[in-house]
Design a protein around this ligand. Structure first.
Ligand code: F0G
Length: 436
């Protein structure tokens, strides 16, 4: 039986052919997900197959997404696939960050090592493959930056036309630069992410443009492989916790689905707990988890954070994310701008580095261990979602003491590393170096 799209809402569960262009359930408006009616191959067979492909020179096998293709069998053939060798991201031990976070040990799964520098590439190779399979010519996304960079690259590589919609003035320069360089028609709209997404969802349908935001169920399928690859790298030993930043909550949904499915397939024997971390000024999901009524998310009208990747007040995937977090016994935390900035500098000092949204993970870990929710000896994997070079402006301002939070309050450069302007004079240079 071929894969199908199914409505995520328990009360509906309507099913649709995998080749229908749908983003929401036409019956109830619920979110959709891909399901696979056929029984998967046995776990032992899959583990061997996937490990074996690491030695292969075939493009599909070299991709850290398509290597796991039996885990996301939504295509009937692989002709539409364009791979830039996405995934293949390392697990990095970071003792210094562990200490800062109150843990004995901490491992980062660094998605910033992807071809366009963020975890979006894992999903985008799948979304673009589905677009080609459906015969679409134009693809679009609304983005806080990384999705647009990724979509622009994959669409151009696949011969499709990318159209990106971004909030004017509120995206990191590295990301905007990527969208331009990869050839996307780039529309800087004078509205915030949530407002533009509402606008474009209607427009895309009217204009026959394929939408590649994270409500697109095929992007979620690709992002599942972040968890599959992580487990493979750990020889299928599940950690106690997986920590990730939360914005539009696509990744939280993808990780939850991946963990659920891997458990059902016998690839792992228990579920790690998901810990989602949001920025204080953009934390509607954290609010939801703390409220008595979880049937409705109260959106944040004017979301604010310097971690622009997660500057989102009305996350579309919250119903999925809620169910996934609860199913793992997970938690949602929020952290301040100062906490994000310091955690980010600590990740940098480990020689690893990441963009601001990613650093919310370490800031969240520090809070969760201090609160006794996460034990110091816990086995924790934190997902760094984006590369350090995405937002160099933030970095320079932090280290020089010029960074201000959205309310205009100065961020203290507790781990600051100011550049030293030096004269062209050997004696004075010697003095500076001796003093350092
Ligand atoms: N980290 C980074 C670096 C991101 O770019 C994003 C989302 C997130 C975390 C949050 O992930 O939305 O799945 O909860 N960026 C999107 C974009 C919204 O347009 O690039 P999420």
């Amino acid at each position: 039986m071929p894969a199908e799209l199914v409505c995520f809402e328990e009360r509906c569960r309507a099913r649709f052919p995998i080749t229908e262009v749908l983003y929401n359930c036409p019956r109830c408006g619920g979110l959709l997900e891909a399901i696979y009616p056929d029984a998967p191959p046995p776990a032992a067979e899959l583990r061997g197959l996937w490990r074996g492909r690491r030695a292969s020179n075939a493009p599909l096998d070299q991709s850290g997404v398509w290597r796991y293709r039996e885990f996301l069998p939504f295509l009937s053939d692989y002709d539409p696939v364009v791979t830039l060798r996405e995934g293949n991201t390392p697990l990095l031990d970071a003792p210094r960050a562990a200490q800062y976070g109150g843990l004995d040990r901490l491992t980062f799964k660094h998605q910033g090592f992807n071809p366009t520098g963020s975890f979006k590439d894992n999903g985008m190779t799948c979304g673009v493959a589905q677009a080609r399979r459906l015969g679409m010519r134009r693809v679009a996304c609304v983005s806080t930056g990384n999705t647009s960079a990724s979509m622009a690259a994959y669409a151009s590589a696949a011969g499709l036309q990318p159209v990106v919609f971004i909030p004017h003035g509120n995206i990191a320069y590295g990301k905007l630069a990527q969208a331009l360089e990869y050839g996307a028609l780039t529309l800087q709209v004078e509205a915030n992410f949530d407002q533009i997404l509402a606008l474009v969802r209607n427009l895309a349908e009217q204009l026959g443009i394929y939408l590649l935001n994270s409500i697109n169920p095929f992007r979620i399928e690709g992002q599942k492989t972040i968890m599959a690859e992580m487990m493979d790298q750990r020889d299928w030993r599940a950690p106690d916790w997986v920590v990730l930043p939360g914005g539009n909550l696509g990744n939280t949904s993808a990780f939850g689905k991946a963990l659920r499915e891997m458990k059902a397939m016998g690839l792992i024997d228990r579920l790690p707990r998901l810990a989602v971390v949001q920025a204080e000024g953009s934390a509607p999901f954290c609010e939801l988890l703390r409220s008595a009524d979880r049937s409705r998310l109260n959106r944040v009208e004017h979301p604010e954070t310097l971690a622009t990747a997660i500057r989102i007040g009305d996350p579309v995937s919250w119903p999925k994310a809620l169910r996934e977090v609860l199913a793992t016994g997970g938690v949602v935390e929020r952290v301040s701008e100062q906490e994000i900035a310091d955690a980010k500098a600590v990740v940098g000092r480990c020689g690893i580095g990441c963009e601001p949204a990613s650093a919310a993970t370490l800031a969240g870990i520090r809070k969760l261990t201090a609160a006794g929710i996460m034990r110091g000896e816990a086995d924790v994997v934190a997902v760094l979602t984006g590369n350090l070079l995405k937002d160099p402006d933030y970095i320079y301002r932090y280290h020089t003491g010029e960074l201000k939070d959205p309310k205009g309050v100065a961020i203290q450069p507790r781990f600051g590393n100011r550049p030293v302007v030096a004269p062209n004079d050997p004696e004075q240079l010697r003095t500076i170096l001796e003093r350092y």
